[in-house]
Design a binder for this molecule. Structure first.
Ligand code: ADP
Ligand code: MG
Length: 560
């Protein structure tokens, strides 16, 4: 068969994606990208159609994080594009590689503001939220545009990339591109030997060395070398939430349950793919010792010194940098103080014992802890489950209560603490990993992407959504004394989330006791199909803003 002389823009986009090994597109179709989705499907790319671009974009971002290949989100012009932008910005903030490919309207009309269908200067709108943004203005450049977008998304610090494809480019035609796939889109970056030696010297001089693992380390897929390095140092480690599972939560060196003590007393801290941002209280005292010195392994040089001064910056990819540190350590060279290790073990034991008491208290209706204990105990028999979590109290409690056993098996609200990632992340996790997924959702958080349960049912994905239904944002018992309207934090107390999934053929459960949670989750997991458990939580037990109450304080109060 001879190659056709020219093909349309849709074919050219699909060629370029296929040539670069992209297997999946997440999106919502409409003008002008419906045929692009059809063409993708015809050529063997899996297209997953969502109900809202925001969820599709979050799915693409999670796909990027989970696979190291950029996840693709396909959106229609103006409003669809803008819906996707939250996910694009979130991906950039989280350092997840994703590409939002959006159709757009006629350039000449848009630029003169002559009023086109869905007129918007999308390239300019996307730029501040993306790591890079490109527009393809003629069909013969589609291969170049897709290739550049892929490299921009995955090389160096990963992020969200915007690729604008005007309708006339998709409808136009050009000879099928023979452009070869991008060679080595995310090249390894080997750290400088002097930087490695400086870091090792600092670490070997430490009395109280602490390792902090971030989601950058999980993303890097250097699981073995990270584990070997942590074990070679014998230092305690603390995982950031999405780095849980890089080493299992029950690892003897884990200081997760003695986090405060470890942070406050460490004298040398090694940050591996973790930013010293608000999630680590900017490295400030009293959370951290004012005398602590920091080693930081990161792929982005401008990250160093963004908060505390970094005594030993190591610029490189996590795999290369960690391997270089490991190779340079002298056997037994890192000597954490015995007394300090004992203190950490004691704190961990005592905190774990307190936690077990909380988890087993007799309360009715359930609080977050007892419901999550039931979830934990069922998941303990299904350790390869990917756990997705969002919400305020639901998130905070689940982070501490649900152990993670393998790398990249926990997806959550990330650096921004964004609500609405839940079902998109769950769908991508199911599609990309083939594992079962349990999404542990606050009732308010669930609402942001709740319609995607239809998507989950349509694709028969092995996802169990557990809605922690306390009838409100944070809590469900606030009363508005000023009018007949519900309070700002209130949601409908009588909601039956279990019946929502039944509308689409999934299985709904309602659980009011830990025993009912256990039975429902076991049955949902056995049935292997989409399920939703409406888990009834005491409306009075949530805390405003979860663990972040201090962020509610006005600035002037913070001074005092
Ligand atoms: P966490 O929230 O878990 O602390 P962050 O998102 O704050 O993690 O930090 C991740 C860091 O990891 C970012 O500074 C990013 O530049 C870095 N990073 C991402 N991928 C890599 C990689 N492959 N190698 C090295 N550093 C990476
Ligand atoms: Mg709630």
């Amino acid at each position: 068969m001879t190659e056709p002389e020219s093909v349309d823009g849709n074919e050219l986009v699909v060629h370029a994606l296929t040539a670069n090994g992209i297997p999946t597109i997440y999106g919502v179709v409409g003008i002008p990208i419906t045929d692009l989705a059809r063409t993708a499907q015809a050529r063997g790319i899996r297209y997953l159609g969502f109900r809202n671009e925001q969820a599709a974009g979050h799915a693409a971002a999670a796909a990027g994080y989970l696979t190291g290949r950029p996840g693709i989100c396909l959106t229609v012009s103006a409003p669809g594009f803008l819906n996707g932008l939250v996910a694009l910005a979130t991906a950039t903030t989280d350092c997840f590689p994703m590409i939002q490919i959006s159709g757009s309207s006629d350039r000449s009309v848009v630029d003169l503001e002559q009023g086109d269908y869905e007129e918007l200067d999308q390239l300019a709108a996307a730029r501040p939220f993306a790591k890079a943004a490109y527009r393809v203005d003629s069909p013969d450049l589609i291969g170049v545009g897709v290739g550049r977008a892929i490299r921009a998304a995955v090389s160096g610090r990963p992020g969200g990339v915007y690729l604008d494809l005007p309708a006339h480019v998709l409808a136009g035609s050009a000879p099928p591109t023979a452009r070869p796939p991008i060679v080595d889109p995310a090249p390894r970056q080997i750290p400088a030997p002097a930087a490695v030696e400086r870091a090792v010297a600092l670490l070997e001089g430490a009395q109280r060395p602490l390792i902090v693992l971030g989601k950058g380390a999980a993303y890097a897929r250097a699981d073995r070398v990270v584990r070997d390095f942590v074990e070679a140092t014998r230092a305690p480690f603390v995982p950031m939430s999405m780095a849980k599972g890089l080493l299992p939560d029950d690892h003897p060196q884990s200081a997760a349950a003695a986090r405060s003590l470890a942070l406050e007393t460490a004298d040398v801290v090694v940050l591996i793919g973790a930013r010293l941002n608000w999630l680590l209280e900017h490295g400030r005292s009293p959370r951290w010792s004012p005398d602590a010195q920091f080693v930081q392994l990161d792929i982005c040089a401008t990250e160093f010194d963004s908060n505390r001064p970094i005594a030993a910056p190591v610029l490189g990819d996590i795999g290369s940098s960690t391997a270089a540190l490991l190779a340079t350590l002298r056997p037994g060279g890192v000597r954490p103080s015995r007394d300090w290790l004992d203190e950490i073990v004691a704190a961990r034991r005592s905190n774990n014992a307190k936690m077990e008491d909380r988890l087993h208290s007799e309360v009715h209706p359930m609080n977050f802890a007892v419901a999550l204990r039931a979830v934990r105990d069922v998941l303990d028999r299904h350790r390869d489950t990917v756990v997705v979590s969002e919400g305020a109290n639901t998130l905070d409690n689940a982070r501490n209560i649900i152990p993670i056993h393998y790398p990249r098996h926990r997806l959550d609200v990330g650096t921004w603490g964004v609500m609405g990632v839940g079902l998109g992340y769950a769908i991508a996790a199911a599609v990309e990993t083939g594992h079962r997924v349990v999404a542990i959702e606050g009732d308010s958080a669930f609402g942001f992407s709740g319609m995607e349960i239809e998507t989950i049912c349509r694709y028969h994905l092995p996802i169990v959504v557990i809605v922690f239904n306390n009838g409100g944002v944070y809590r469900g018992d606030e009363v508005n004394v000023h009018s007949a309207d519900p309070a700002p934090t209130a949601l409908l107390r009588s909601s039956r989330y279990d019946t929502l999934i039944e509308a689409f053929g999934g299985v709904g459960y309602r659980a009011e006791t830990p025993e009912e949670v256990t039975v429902a989750l076991r049955s949902a997991i056995e049935s292997a199909g989409p399920a939703l458990i409406d888990c009834i939580i005491d409306p009075a037990v949530g805390t405003e803003s979860g663990h972040l109450q201090k962020l509610n304080r006005p600035a002037h109060e913070e001074e005092s």
